[in-house]
Design a binder for this molecule. Structure first.
Ligand SMILES: *Cc1c(COP(=O)(O)O)cnc(C)c1O
Length: 256
């Protein structure tokens, strides 16, 4: 985005100050969290298309209720084969507002048709799986974990990376590869692909219940429950966040 990088230690120190100030707003019940959203925007006082010489960096804190009140709930997904979220060489790998702007129309139509989210395909062939909603996506194939390879149009999420590291530590083989929608649907039908789930900071893990592609709906399991791999990864990652599971990775940062 042609924005200069910020000093990580300085921003972390600012965040710690803010957290100490707002400590009474941090919810403590199971499943709740404090959502932390840093953002940066240009503040040069000009009209024009060029990079800015001045920016404001801000951090919003928002107490957030339990995402899954009644356990992990599988979602219905519409495979978007008309609109695209991002293309290679574009800005899909950046956490930037323009990417959400490109996705709202598709999400609105999916919601109107009673789907929870859309699955994004690549912008050139409309064939390769990229992401689900504003989450990275994983599938369980023959007991191994597969996820789309980062080709430039996919956001490299921190939850994606955490899931890969936890899965490796738990003895899973994780493959980052290009997955076609045809192979995915075929694998769901012949039983080789048994689970799918999204990964992102807010929902952590969001199991996929069904995919609708080209007028046909295919389901993962019939009991409307999360698959075992998604559930296990969810329990380990949230367990580390709540201090209930030992942090083998050095991810927990204590604020005093
Ligand atoms: C935020 C986001 C993700 C998830 O990233 P995390 O760092 O895991 O929260 C994935 N895809 C898109 C498009 C996103 O905007």
């Amino acid at each position: 985005m042609a924005i200069p990088t910020v000093d990580t230690d300085f921003v972390l120190a600012c965040l710690e100050d803010l957290l100490r100030l707002d400590v009474d707003w941090i919810p403590s019940e199971a499943g709740t969290s404090l959502y932390i959203r840093p953002f940066i925007f240009a503040t040069d006082t000009v009209l024009g298309v060029r990079s800015s010489s001045r920016y404001s960096l801000m951090i919003i804190l928002s107490p957030s209720g339990a995402y899954y009140a009644g356990g992990l709930k599988p979602t219905s997904i519409y495979v978007e084969d008309h609109y695209v979220r991002a293309v290679r060489g574009g800005i899909g790998a950046a956490k930037t507002g323009g990417n959400y702007a490109a996705s709202v129309k598709s999400q609105q139509q999916a919601t109107e048709s009673s789907y929870d989210q859309v699955l994004w395909l690549d912008g050139i062939e409309r064939r390769y799986i990229e992401e689900v909603g504003a989450m990275n996506v994983f599938f369980v194939r023959d007991g191994e974990l597969i996820t789309p390879q980062l080709t430039g149009s996919i956001l490299p999420g921190i939850t994606r990376r955490s899931v890969i590291e936890i899965a490796n530590a738990e003895g899973f083989t994780v493959r980052e590869e290009q997955i076609t929608i045809e192979d995915l649907i075929a694998g769901m039908k012949d039983g080789s692909i048994t689970e799918g789930f999204g990964s992102g900071t807010a929902a952590v893990i969001s199991p996929i219940g069904s995919l609708t592609y080209d007028g046909e709906t295919v389901f993962f399991g019939k009991d409307k429950q999360s698959g075992p791999v998604a559930l296990r990864l969810y329990q380990i990652l949230t367990g580390i966040q709540y201090g209930a599971v030992e942090d083998r990775f050095g991810w927990v940062h204590r604020v005093k």
